[in-house]
Design a protein. Sequence first.
Length: 278
Amino acid sequence: MGVLDGKAAIVTGSARGIGRATVELLAEHGARVLVNDLDAELAEQAAAEIEGETAVFGGDLTQDGVPEELVRRAVDAFGQLDIVVNNAGYTWDGMAHKMSDEQFRAMLEIHTVVPFRVLRAAAPYLRDAGKADREAGREIFRKVVNVASISGTQGNLGQANYSAAKAGLVGLTKTLAREWGAFRVNVNAVAFGFVETRLTAASDDDGGGETFVKNGQEIRLGIPEKMRQLAPTIIPLGRPATAEDAAGPIFFLCSPWSNFVHGQVLTASGGQTTGMTT
């Protein structure tokens, strides 16, 4: 018996990194999970490697109608929806005085607007289902976990766009907690610091590091190696988090042990309060 037996979850951006580790942990404890990625083939591969019942949805969540398709896919596959983890995202860093409107808006779109659209689409299966349970005298908790960042709570050099977007996600979290709490939908966020993912992998001024293309624009991921070497000095625990470290707090907020944790931002940064973030 798993603590999440009978539950159905969506984890966005879950073919790798924090999302992949979260899917594995949810599935290990009994949840049926929809794996999502911009790259449908990568999502299919990840789902095939996960033990447990999974579904797959590949698509660009920033496009009109796609968040609604994501939710429909999960409900069609599992017949219900109990958990939503908004994890999808990327970084596009730069100093504010050199940042383009496109660069700023892109972070708002993926880190604030997309979670809003996903949760609006999920409302009939979370909020409305909870309302029906209340009217029938049942108390069943459902869960929303938004992946935030200490950049959104503390700010971070070179991340005006990302910090603003994650701060907006914190505001969305706290507002939905007020709106949906009566229907037993726990809405919380986790604010991470430096987590070892492709977003924090080593890059260099000569073009090293991973890139991807969004709307015809090549975006370079990662941070300079000289900055990565500072990690032991800015993280009291002495190292960055792994994706598995990050999945733990998310799992807690998806579990019954967090039923009375509501409208909170759980900081899971190893004590880090500034600098490099995922």
